[in-house]
Design a protein around this ligand. Sequence first.
Ligand SMILES: Nc1ncnc2c1ncn2[C@@H]1O[C@H](COP(=O)(O)OP(=O)(O)OP(=O)(O)O)[C@@H](O)[C@H]1O
Length: 344
Amino acid sequence: MHKQTSLISRFTIAELLEKYPFTEEFFLQNRLDTKGSESLTFPEYLAQLDQDEIEEKALDCAELPEQFDIYIHQMAEFLGIQTDNQVRSLTILPGTDKSHVPEGFDELTILPGQIISIVGPTGSGKSRLLADIEWAAQNDTPTRRSIRINGERPDPKWRYSANNKLVAQLSQNMNFVMDLKAGEFLELHAQSRMIENSREIAEQILESANQLAGESFTADTPVTALSGGQSRALMIADTAILSASPIVLIDEIENAGIDRKKALDVLVSQDKIVLMATHDPLLALMADRRIVIQNGGIHKVLTTTSEEKELLKRLEELDAMMGNARQQLRQGLSLNLDLVQNLV
Ligand SMILES: Nc1ncnc2c1ncn2[C@@H]1O[C@H](COP(=O)(O)OP(=O)(O)OP(=O)(O)O)[C@@H](O)[C@H]1O
């Protein structure tokens, strides 16, 4: 069976030749005579070749579709031609847990602007699930899960291209090694993404980062001098506003020293698909749905109930009280019961 790869299954050979004239070269190199078959897609064309021809030309019909797809994307990228980048959905298809028992869900589809949290005991497999998504697993990881993008087997470009990364990862540790000011860092990044008004975009990201970070910083602050919270705020705002990756994976930002709610808001406002592994009830309940992991497998997928959303508000109030207590301690004050006067 041919592996299903998006571009070449979606367009006929005639359409491919028109959109990407360099495809002719691929046919020539592989001695494929497509004359008269232009109305077929490439997989259809391969399927109707006769056995003698396949043997005579030593064609590997199982590998050719994928090679062709990679060829188109690499050439397109090299020539600066845009291929379809839009992610309209991410689907996770079940595999097995650590005991090889099938996972407890049929399939899970996530749309842009949705947040999914991932909960489960330490070592249960939360990071593994994020890694499966990052690698766009195709039954080829220990969990045997498969990922679909827009309902299809993902385009190989997501794995192989540095510019077209499917996911951006935000992790607990963000260490900058280069000697740049925050403003310069952002402008460089904007320029590398061919953005014309790179200075304005850099300012917009700085402003957003400052809303997430506890203490503010400016375009002139060297990135190496940023605190842990400030650098994470900078990376989150940068990922939301500038990164081309449509999917953002977050591995535990609870101790990140940033406004977590605003951080999620800024990502969702840019229509990202957000998945985050967390032990923090505030973050877990901010999600629309949560994946419960047990023994390496997705045990169930829960939808956040209205009661849980109500509870979330109360937990946020408690969190604010804890924040105030922390603040007062830092300032060297004596604390009193007024801090919890609203507690019922
Ligand atoms: N379905 C699975 N089949 C086989 N191995 C698995 C499966 N799921 C996870 N593992 C393995 O189990 C180990 C622990 O998983 P992982 O690091 O993802 O846990 P975690 O929930 O992220 O833990 P923590 O909360 O400590 O970060 C890893 O080596 C991972 O590759």
